[in-house]
Write a protein that binds this ligand. Structure first.
Ligand code: IPE
Ligand code: IPE
Ligand code: MG
Length: 257
C-alpha cells in the first residue's frame, strides 16, 4: 500500500476512482482483547489505542475525509470496573491536554458529543477549552463521542421538542425530520456515509442510531490498536466501490434518485 504513502509517512490520494466518504464514524473496539492476547492488562490496549487515534486523525483529511466521528466512551461503559473507567477518564484528559496544540495547528475542529454532565469536572473543563481553541478550524471536523449513547440522545431530543411544543413555540405538526435532527448532539453535521467497527464485532452498540440510518457499514477483524492508516485507506477504498441506493434503484450503474 506504499504507493499512496508519501515520504513523511502521510497517506495521500485515492487508490482507485470513486468518492471518499465525507463523514466517517468509527467504533473503536477491541483494545482490551488485543492487550489480553499479549498477556497485558486491558488498560495497555487503551494506551496503544490512543496512538492509533492520533494517526487516524492525521491521515483522515489526506484521504478526503472531512468529518470524523470517534466513539470513545459509551453511556454503557460505566458498567466496567471502576479502575478501568478511571484510567480511561485520565487518559481522555491527558490526550486532550497533549494534543490540543497539534490539532489546532493541523486545523482540526474538535466537537464533543454525548452527555457532559456525567463526566468528571476537570475533564469537562479541558473539553470545553479544546472546543473553544479549535472552533475556527476547517480542515477536519472531529467529533469525539464521550459518554455518548444514541437512545439517551434521542430521548433528550424528544424532551426538548416536547418542551418547545408545551411552551407554545412549536406546533407538534411542525416537528419533522429536520427539526428532530436539529435537536440531536450532531445538529448541523451531515450524516455519516460510512461506519467502521474494529475487532470483528458486528453490532452498533447504541451508536448514531438516527444518523447512520443510510450509512454503509464496514466490520474489520483487526482490533483498534492494530488499525493503521494503511488499513483505514484500504477500508475507504472498498467503500468507494459500493453503490448507495437510498431506497431507489440503480441507474446506469450509479445510484438513482
Ligand atoms: C474499546 O475497546 C474502547 C472502549 C470501549 C473504551 P474495549 O475496551 O471495548 O475492548 P474489548 O472490546 O473489551 O476488547
Ligand atoms: C462500543 O464498544 C463503545 C465504544 C467503542 C466506546 P463496547 O465494547 O462498549 O461495546 P459492546 O459492549 O461490546 O457492545
Ligand atoms: Mg469492546
Amino acid at each position: 500500500m506504499s504507493n499512496f504513502q508519501t515520504e513523511d509517512g502521510r497517506i495521500t490520494g485515492r487508490v482507485a476512482g470513486g468518492a471518499a466518504p465525507r463523514h466517517v464514524a468509527i467504533i473503536m473496539d477491541g483494545n482490551g482483547r488485543w492487550a489480553e492476547r499479549l498477556g497485558q492488562p486491558r488498560t495497555f490496549g487503551h494506551h496503544r489505542g490512543v496512538d492509533r487515534v492520533r494517526e487516524i486523525i492525521r491521515a483522515a483529511p489526506d484521504l478526503g475525509v472531512g468529518i470524523l466521528t470517534l466513539f470513545a466512551f459509551s453511556t454503557e461503559n460505566w458498567r466496567r470496573p471502576h479502575y478501568e473507567v478511571s484510567v480511561l477518564m485520565r487518559l481522555f484528559k491527558r490526550y486532550i491536554i497533549r494534543e490540543v496544540e497539534d490539532l489546532d495547528h493541523e486545523r482540526v475542529r474538535v466537537r464533543f458529543i454525548g452527555e457532559r454532565e456525567g463526566l468528571p469536572g476537570d475533564l469537562q473543563r479541558v473539553m470545553a477549552q479544546m472546543e473553544e481553541r479549535t472552533r475556527g478550524n476547517d480542515r477536519l471536523l472531529l467529533q469525539i463521542a464521550l459518554n455518548y449513547g444514541s437512545r439517551k440522545e434521542l430521548v433528550r431530543a424528544a424532551r426538548h421538542l416536547a418542551a418547545e411544543a408545551a411552551a407554545g413555540r412549536l406546533a407538534p405538526g411542525e416537528i419533522g425530520e429536520d427539526e428532530f435532527a436539529g435537536a440531536l448532539y450532531t445538529a448541523g453535521v451531515p450524516d455519516p456515509d460510512l461506519v467502521i467497527r474494529t475487532s470483528g464485532e458486528q453490532r452498533i452498540s447504541n451508536f448514531l442510531l438516527w444518523q447512520a440510518a443510510y450509512a454503509e457499514y464496514a466490520f474489520v477483524e483487526e482490533c483498534w490498536p492494530e488499525f493503521t492508516p494503511e488499513l483505514f485507506a484500504a477500508v475507504l477504498d472498498r467503500f468507494a466501490n459500493r453503490e448507495r441506493r437510498f431506497g431507489a434503484i440503480a441507474v446506469d450503474g450509479a445510484a438513482g434518485g
